[in-house]
Design a protein around this ligand. Structure first.
Ligand code: GDP
Length: 298
């Protein structure tokens, strides 16, 4: 679909005469292509610009190794830097803070991002891999079908869901979930909050109320990996208003290039913890920075 970065750069470097060390001009020429590649991968403009600047500073003046072409060398520097940004300190991928039972996990995000599916996938993972007793609760009082959807998924994966009580507000459901998790001896309880098509104050107020009741150990933002530039606004907004501990990127089984991962990591500084790779309940993986880096570069 896209020309990959090595191909782009080999063309550029045929015209250059790098000898000894990468000159500022060589690097600038090459990184113009890198910038285009990042934008094509849906990395947001500001993040692409900052990234290119950081790599320019790193690459300029580097000795050219005999075994590789200058183009290959720039690709390697870019690749390493991508992984460094995506990985952060590397300690967080796939790890959830779920000590002190019952540990609350708050799931937030826009409607359609894959929040309910991801809640169930994570519950299944905690149950199967970590042998945790999990309780899931839907707080989506606006869409009875969403509540039902979580109940159906719960039955499918063998995880309990909080019984649905009509007419309750999200804060009341959160209190009930906390109580049921404590009384029922659960290790973890997961709150699947309502999503909206766009971020609005009512949604944020509601999520804040629920957060203050549950005092979550993890607040995971679920974002559609195909949304690209928009993902940054969503992540910034949720980080500012609610505070997030990590991100789950869904729909990474599609043909999106995953630039949202880089943008969100760079802008919020929060780790991407998991990646959704399909509709099935086992289609959830820990985040692997090197896979996304390869995908972004094409
Ligand atoms: P919510 O409104 O955020 O709760 O979204 P849902 O969990 O209901 O998901 C919306 C649709 O996206 C459903 O059809 C899911 O099966 C689908 N979906 C969720 N995660 C993924 C994923 O990682 N890959 C794919 N291909 N589809 C997904």
């Amino acid at each position: 679909m896209f020309e990959n970065l090595s191909e782009r750069l080999s063309g550029v470097f045929d015209k250059l005469t790098s000898q000894g060390a990468l000159s500022e001009d060589d690097v600038k020429t090459a990184l113009r292509e890198v910038r285009v590649a990042l934008l094509e991968a849906d990395v947001s403009l500001g993040v692409a610009r900052d990234f290119v600047k950081a790599v320019t500073d790193k690459a300029t003046g580097q000795a050219v190794t005999k075994s590789v072409t200058p183009g290959q060398q720039v690709v390697k520097i870019v690749h390493d830097e991508l992984i460094a940004v995506l990985a952060g300190d590397g300690a967080d991928a796939g790890a959830l803070k779920i000590d002190n039972a019952p540990a609350p996990i708050l799931m937030v995000g826009l409607q359609g991002s894959g929040k309910t599916t991801t809640t169930a996938k994570l519950a299944r993972r905690l149950k199967e891999r970590e042998k945790k007793r999990v309780l899931m609760a839907s707080l989506d009082v606006y869409r009875p079908a969403a509540m039902q959807q979580l109940a159906v998924l719960g039955t499918q994966i063998g995880v309990d869901t909080l019984p649905i009580v009509a007419g309750q507000k999200p804060a009341e459901i959160a209190k009930r979930a906390k109580q049921a998790a404590t009384m029922g001896g659960y290790d973890v309880y997961m709150l699947d909050t309502a999503g909206r098509l766009h971020i609005d104050d009512v949604l944020m107020d509601e999520v804040q109320q629920v957060r203050d009741i549950a005092n979550p150990r993890e607040t995971l933002l679920v974002v559609d990996g195909l949304t690209g530039q928009d993902a940054v606004n969503v992540a910034t907004e949720f980080e500012d208003k609610v505070g997030i501990s990590g991100v789950v990127l869904t729909r990474m089984d599609g043909d999106g290039r995953g630039g949202a991962a880089l943008s969100m990591r760079a802008v919020t500084g929060k780790p991407i913890k998991f990646v959704g790779l399909g509709e099935k309940m086992d289609a959830l993986e820990e985040f692997h920075p090197e896979r996304i880096a390869g995908r972004i570069l094409g």
